[in-house]
Design a protein around this ligand. Structure first.
Ligand code: 2AM
Ligand code: CA
Length: 266
């Protein structure tokens, strides 16, 4: 991947995120309840998820016709003459969106081989673009971001995603909550994994983990690049280096990562 392709690619990812964001913004403002279907039990999809993913793929294809795609709504589309795969969650936080809770995002990542190289998480209601390129830093708009100094455990605000109806391992999440809850200042589960992970890079959360919820790669890939480039340590809970194989994730400041891993693994 040459430097000029890399530079062009991030601009295209921003354009694609904004195109999807416009569709979600319109849907959020529209009157009446939002129609949805169930892909599985409690796994909701709306016209807006599909339209947003379509807009992302079309925007990226126009500029980079050979890249492959892995989208929450359209599945895998193999790459042509490119070693890049774009990983898309067009609407992360569909359940919030359906309930008009203003916390959802567009999440787009790029993978080259096993390495995640680009991450863009866009919050359309705030017009907030969080993004990163591997080795080149993490940004909020044009402002570079990096993790703030670690707070003591007792002052930490920790984000998580919890299992829901028929998905994930409730008993595991309950064990982890019981273990961590008495030790920290607060645990929050706002409902968009991509945002929560990116927020940990930004310092809005001090750490994030999820295991019981069994998140998918498109929920976490873009956030991982942003949090890592901001200076967080990001692994799964068994320290497997390949995110494509993860079914858990822990994002924390480097000096607190091991301590949290021990608490969550009890
Ligand atoms: P999604 O909105 O793209 O499906 C946090 O709850 C994470 O779990 C989100 O990233 C969300 O991704 C996923 N999730 C899927 N179905 C959910 C549901 N019914 N309730 C809450 N979260 C859900
Ligand atoms: Ca998602």
């Amino acid at each position: 991947m040459t430097a000029s392709i890399t530079a062009g690619l991030i601009d295209t990812l921003h354009q694609a995120a904004r195109a999807a964001g416009e569709i979600l913004y319109e849907g959020y403002q529209a009157e009446g309840s939002i129609d949805f279907e169930c892909k599985g039990s409690s796994d909701f999809v709306t016209h807006y998820d599909r339209a947003a993913e379509h807009a992302i793929i079309e925007t990226i294809r126009r500029a980079h016709p050979d890249v492959g795609f892995l989208g929450e709504e359209t599945g895998a589309t193999p790459a042509g003459d490119s070693d890049l795969t774009v990983i898309i969650d067009p609407l992360d936080g569909t359940n919030n969106f359906l309930h008009r809770v203003p916390h959802f995002s567009v999440s787009i990542a790029v993978r080259k081989g096993e390495a995640l190289t680009h991450g863009v998480v866009y919050q359309p209601l705030l017009d907030e673009m969080l993004w990163a390129i591997r080795g080149q830093g993490a940004y909020q708009g044009s402002q570079r971001i990096s993790v703030l100094p670690a707070r003591p455990l007792t002052e930490m605000l920790v984000g998580t995603c919890l299992p829901y109806h028929e998905k994930g391992d409730c008993a595991m999440s309950q064990r982890q909550l019981s273990s961590l809850m008495p030790r920290v200042a607060g645990i929050r589960s706002p409902g968009s994994a991509a945002l929560e992970i990116a927020y940990t890079g930004l310092g809005r959360f001090d750490a994030f983990w999820s295991q019981g919820a069994r998140l998918d790669l498109w929920d976490i890939a873009a956030g991982i690049v942003i949090a890592r480039e901001a200076g967080c340590k990001v692994t799964d809970l068994s320290c497997n280096p390949n995110p494509a194989e993860w079914n858990s994730v822990l994002v924390a400041k480097p000096e607190q990562h091991d301590k949290l891993l021990r608490i969550l693994s009890k």
